[in-house]
Unconditional design. Structure first.
Length: 149
């Protein structure tokens, strides 16, 4: 919900991406090169692009990963305010999908300065934002994992 009617809401999408077995997945964590926060591959959608298409495109652009299997039935949305020199102040609405990839081979873009494939517990420790942690916990619950870090 847009609590700032004078500010635009820009849609974005991304993946909670894992590799390995469902009972012991390794999650792809990306560290933002600008502010150092850990998160997941995501980005703004382009005109005429669905959110799922945007998630796929952003994943490939940010990590080089193309081969993914989207896990049907999971979708989670978060919204937060962003202050950007280029776009001004806006609300960013990110829809996250859950996906599996068979390989951990990763080639990050300049948007990120580090990546890791981590356990669920490590991912929860890396995430700095409560709303993102809650969304990731929802993905863990969907996969049947314990929410305890």
């Amino acid at each position: 919900m847009n609590d700032m009617p004078d500010k635009p809401t820009l849609p974005a999408a991304g993946f909670f991406l894992y590799c390995g077995e469902v009972n012991s997945p390794r999650w792809l964590a990306l560290r933002n090169a600008t502010h150092g926060a850990w998160g997941f591959p995501k980005g703004h959608s382009r005109e005429g692009e669905s959110l799922l298409q945007a998630a796929h495109r952003e994943l490939e652009e940010e990590t080089g990963i193309e081969a993914v299997k989207v896990i049907e039935g999971f979708q989670c949305e978060i919204e937060y305010e962003v202050v950007s020199p280029r776009r001004g102040t806006y609300l960013k609405r990110v829809v996250y999908y859950l996906a599996f990839t068979p390989s951990q081979e990763t080639a990050i873009s300049s948007e990120h300065d580090e990546y890791r494939w981590v356990s669920s517990k490590e991912m929860l420790e890396l995430i700095a934002f409560d709303n993102l942690r809650e969304a990731f916990n929802a993905a863990l619950s969907f996969l049947g994992e314990s929410k305890q870090p």
